[in-house]
Design a protein around this ligand. Structure first.
Ligand code: ATP
Ligand code: MG
Ligand code: MG
Length: 564
């Protein structure tokens, strides 16, 4: 299992447990809005919340923060549930903020009765204009001093559907000059005559984030409510609402941590949705996407993702994570678990002129190197016509090139030493075939006379090779931070046009339509992961591969590809 690492939140929770601060077991929640597929940023929050509950014998709820009728959908709920299970976690309970609408409405009436909330009938623009700025106080709404009875009547009629969208809102009555802008009479409920994916058309007073979030936590008896740093200023309203609604006995408290920001990708469902909607990727599960489903389809295991999330850790200050860190954990994990097989991406024909006609050798080839504690092997057919990588031959090689060249000898992995005798070209001068001799005494790769052959290359027997499609995936964007381009301009995050699209990497997918893979893989189930020797880690694509047409996705390159 993934080892939890120490961090400031874990330390706090450990202390909570030691002092029985909350008088109840550790209770966390993971609160996604079902408005997109979960991504690797969510993994950080999942690992943290579920991990704390697991470590301290507590509970972790999955709560859908589904209070916006315009953006949410059941398909996102399903994706989230599936992906959490795939990551290896099981929620102790699954809740929906939309199930709390009635309860939240009761709290609204309570606040109104206490004089702590009022119905405001200003327009959205007036409300915004009267909020003031960081340096100037806001202006009280002309409706701020409505009596509780007046407010209650309006609130009930809002709920009954008597008013159109935007006619009234419910606001907390706090302080229009509060130094924290969020505390300047924040909106609690607004009218939306809209279809909600779970509530249908019947409900029309929708809670805003602040109103729904802390109170949902309080209803569920959450102890520490973990959220990302952008919500630091929301902590005041969180505490205010929880207290004013009567949760005074060990209420939940919010702690903020830095969100995961991963280089060369984007972790915003809204932006990822644009890539999907505009057909810039094949879907939420495109292997280039930072979504859990994309990463899974890319061939990454849940263990690698969890290890990565634990290793990145939980910090109080924003920081970006290098893609290399992620890839390190992916390789580290795959290295210890996947079989090695041979696949030639850019095939060049080799004909062994002295190979006995019709002979096929079945070579025993181990699946794993010595330092991987797994057993297993397969046989690989070897014959007089082979495919090797075009890049493993050079007609005019530099001194340090240890692979095949005219007159030079190279080792075919698990097979024989061969020497290039002749280069065959077509009319255009393109190399189409190498004519080589093999040394029959070198089966297995060692020369009895002890001569040194440095290069070892991979190959497949032409008559036995399986033709397959290989998809070489690379970074989705050309710059580390696609939100800020070259890093010089800070564009506001949420409402700018999609400038980030300028930085899409046109080479994020290169399709090799006719690679040649060894025949053993045809027996493996779809979805099997491999290391293609010297080339990278690959997975047979769980969506597009069929037994008739093998398709492989490159998960990640090898650190030292082409060395040796
Ligand atoms: P997005 O901008 O992608 O929609 P969000 O924060 O709005 O992100 P939610 O579905 O509301 O997404 O988030 C669910 C939980 O996951 C929240 O607790 C949120 O803080 C956390 N979370 C989301 N993105 C990240 C991230 N990049 N790193 C860490 N935690 C994240
Ligand atoms: Mg959110
Ligand atoms: Mg969001």
């Amino acid at each position: 299992d993934t080892t939890p690492r120490s961090n400031f939140i874990r330390d706090l929770v450990e202390e909570d447990v030691a002092t029985n601060r909350f008088g109840r077991p550790v209770t966390t929640r993971f609160p996604p809005e079902p408005n997109g597929f979960p991504h690797i940023g969510h993994v950080k929050s999942i690992v943290l919340n579920f991990g704390l509950a697991r470590e301290f014998g507590g509970r972790c709820n999955l709560r859908f923060d589904d209070t916006n009728p315009f953006t949410e959908d059941i398909k996102y709920v399903e994706a989230m549930r599936r992906d959490i299970a795939w990551l290896g976690y099981e929620p102790d309970a699954v809740y929906y903020a939309s199930d709390y609408f009635e309860q939240l409405y009761e709290f609204a009436e309570l606040l109104v009765t206490k004089g702590k909330a009022y119905v405001d009938s200003q327009t959205d623009e007036e409300i915004r204009a009267n909020r003031g700025t960081v340096t100037t106080p806001g202006t009280n709404s002309p409706y701020r001093d409505r009596t509780p009875d007046e407010n209650l009547d309006l609130l009930r009629r809002m709920k009954a559907g008597e008013f159109p969208d935007g006619a009234h809102v419910l606001r907390a009555r706090i302080d229009m000059a509060h130094p924290n802008m969020i505390m300047r009479d924040p909106l609690l409920l607004r009218i939306r005559h809209a279809h909600h994916y779970r509530r249908g058309d019947a409900w029309c007073v929708f809670p805003l984030y602040d109103f729904a979030h802390g109170l949902s936590d309080a209803i569920e008896g959450i102890t520490r409510s973990l959220c990302t740093l952008e919500f630091k200023d929301n902590r005041d309203i969180y505490d205010w609402l929880v207290r004013e609604c009567g949760f005074t006995d060990h209420p939940p408290t919010q702690i903020e941590f830095a969100r995961l920001e991963l280089d060369y990708t984007l972790l915003s469902k809204r932006k990822l949705l644009r890539l999907v909607n505009e057909g810039l990727v094949s879907g939420w599960d495109d292997p280039r996407m930072p979504t859990i489903s994309g990463i899974r389809r890319r061939g990454v295991t849940p263990e690698a993702l969890r290890n990565f999330a634990e290793a990145v850790g939980v910090a109080r200050k924003p920081a970006r994570t290098e893609l290399a860190t992620f890839e390190h954990y992916v390789r580290d994990d795959l290295n210890m678990r996947v079989p090695r097989v041979m696949c030639v991406l850019k095939p060049l024909k080799v004909v062994l002129t002295n190979w006995p006609a019709g002979q096929v050798d079945e070579l025993e080839a181990p699946y794993y190197p010595h330092d991987v504690p797994l057993e297993g092997s397969r046989t690989v057919p070897f014959s007089g016509e082979l495919w090797i990588e075009r890049d493993d031959f050079m007609e005019d090689p530099p001194k340090k090139f240890f692979r095949l060249a005219p007159g030079r000898e190279v080792r075919l992995r698990y097979g024989y030493l061969i020497t290039c005798q002749e280069v065959v070209k077509d009319a255009a001068g393109e190399i189409v075939e190498l004519r080589c001799t093999y040394d029959p005494a070198t089966r297995g790769g060692d020369a009895p006379d002890g001569r040194r052959v440095q290069g070892t290359i991979h190959w497949v027997s032409a008559a036995h090779a399986v033709d397959c499609e290989v998809r070489l995936y690379d970074k989705l964007f050309t710059v580390p931070n696609p939100d800020h381009g070259d890093g010089s301009v800070m564009e506001s995050d949420d409402d700018t046009p999609a400038d980030f699209l300028r930085f899409l990497n046109p080479e994020s997918l290169v399709v090799v339509p006719h690679a040649k893979v060894e025949p053993s893989v045809a027996r493996d189930p779809i979805g099997t992961r491999y290391q293609f020797e010297r080339t990278g880690y690959f997975v047979s694509d769980p969506v597009d591969a069929t037994p008739e047409r093998l398709v492989f996705n490159r998960t990640v390159t090898l650190r030292d590809s082409w060395a040796k």
